[in-house]
Design a protein around this ligand. Sequence first.
Ligand SMILES: [Zn+2]
Ligand SMILES: [Zn+2]
Length: 307
Amino acid sequence: MDNPSAQCPILQLAPEVILLFTNELPDHAKVLLSQTCRDLRQILRQQGLPPLSAREHVRLLVHLSRANPHVWACATCKARHRVTRNDLWGDQRLSSCPRLTVPWRPGGFFAVNHVRVQLALKYTRLGMHSARIRSYLKRLLRYEGGVRMVKDGRGLNIFVSSSRPRVVAGRFLVKYTWEYALDSASSAPTPLPMLVLCHHQKLARPAEGVVWGEERKQLVRAVEGALSDDLSGVEYCRSCPFCPTDFAVRIFDEGMVIEAWKDFGPEDGPGNPTWRSHSSTEARRNPSDFGRVRRLYYGVLKGGPLS
Ligand SMILES: [Zn+2]
Ligand SMILES: [Zn+2]
């Protein structure tokens, strides 16, 4: 082929038009695009490639590692590490960075280590023809459950919690379930333990002097509604306005069940906006997206996956 550029539709556009599109890309994607061919590199360099922030550098490392199943990109030291057994089997709430002497613990049952997200999405994409990668993927997407005993003045209470990850449409989703025994005399959970559903929705009283706005009371409102109506098995569905978490509360004669569906985002670095929304309040969800994570988890989402 004498002139490969003649076969590439995007290169038929004027350079200034191409730059209009590429200006919309995050910085790491501009650098990635500049590495795909000489013509695009020359066009992108007309405006100068941006110096990458630490966050964008890690995103670039994730995308440069897409074909290599043996490495993952670490946000702690901005480098790639080789995958170890601990990355596949370890406590997912701990950082996998081998350079940290004191493990960082984000805390909370719902917390997911980003290495798990990176590897599960990569192995799903690569795994079809490799039995070893399929077995790694099985570990990363394993079901986890636990029983917590809480003793108070009225006796022993048992709370069961579980998580079940899935990869759907190139995104890492997790369904969480919490089951509570109810006190049959008072029709109230006894005691109602603090439940952290996401960074923004908690089943707890705010700290002294702190006032929660209505947007942070979505879980509290769903539980209040379910308890006061006392309709066995009826779902009270709500969503967090800040992060992609949908949830449902149901009351039964013998207890209360809370289920939550979370979207931890696509194959990208921890700088991805979906991932970051789980630990910040910068993002705000479009109300028309409420319920989409749950539908995506079960593969019944119409209109394509989330962007
Ligand atoms: Zn590291
Ligand atoms: Zn949230």
